[in-house]
Design a protein around this ligand. Structure first.
Ligand code: HEC
Length: 215
């Protein structure tokens, strides 16, 4: 809550922005009085509604704002990909194709071959997770290759997310998997192949909440 003496200053600012004269402090007081009266009236209405249960059910359904989202609009937002590959779009790509795209769109932030820059290392760190200096990268840590596709398509390049085509994302995903020694440079990644990729750390996660044992 702003302190009481802040409120007039904010009101002044709004008026200056709108090009109008600042209101007198009296104007502000009057408006406050008006608000208080409206609030009082609302309370009175609520009390009346409470007194008569029939009236309470006659409230309007809602303010009538907005329109129902069309199926196509929902589909545009619904881009999540499940670990098993559900939701992966058509398209394909290889690491060979992804290398050029990486140089163009990713290298400046993530470094040559996915390391050596300020932002997250995307490759390496294999075999370090249970040592004193674990290095978590897409390759050493992430359990599902499908998440790599989802993440890149959803969030990268950082300054222009969702600007790449599905083919480009498949190729970049393939390139990162190749940099991590997980697939070959000519292996074609698509909706069928990507879920079948076995990530090195896939089976080393511990469930925080163990599944209930069968009786
Ligand atoms: C302008 C800098 C920038 C560019 C360009 C960029 N990234 Fe990133 N990337 C980031 C930052 C920052 C993060 C960490 C974001 C976070 O943790 O919220 C990140 C995170 C990631 C991660 C997740 C890493 C992890 O271990 O959590 C992946 C995968 C990734 N980027 C891939 C890419 C790819 C592929 C491209 C090129 C298409 C790309 N990035 C371009 C800055 C960038």
């Amino acid at each position: 809550m702003p302190s009481p003496d802040m409120a007039p200053r904010r009101a002044n600012l709004r008026c200056r922005l709108a090009g109008a004269d600042a209101p007198s402090s009296r104007g502000i007081r009057n408006r406050r009085a008006g608000l208080a009266a409206a609030f009082g009236a609302a309370l009175a209405l609520a009390a009346a509604a409470g007194a008569n249960p029939d009236q309470a059910t006659e409230l309007p359904e809602g303010p009538g704002l907005g329109v129902e989202a069309a199926a196509e609009e929902v589909a545009e937002w619904d881009i999540s990909i499940q670990p098993n590959g559900e939701g992966l779009p058509p398209g394909s790509g290889t690491a060979v194709g992804g290398a050029g795209l990486y140089a163009l769109h990713c290298l400046s932030c993530h470094g040559a071959e996915g390391k050596g820059q300020l932002n997250d290392a995307l490759a390496g760190g294999h075999g370090t997770l249970d040592g004193p200096a674990p290095r978590k990268t897409v390759g050493s840590f992430w359990p599902y290759a499908t998440t790599v596709f989802d993440y890149i398509r959803r969030a990268m390049p950082y300054q222009r997310p969702q600007s790449l085509s599905d083919d480009q994302v498949y190729a970049l995903t393939a390139y990162l998997l190749f940099l991590n020694g997980i697939i070959g440079e000519n292996d074609v990644m698509d909706a069928r192949a990507l879920p079948a990729v076995q990530m090195p750390n896939r089976d080393h996660f511990i469930l925080a909440y163990p599944l209930p044992e069968d009786d």
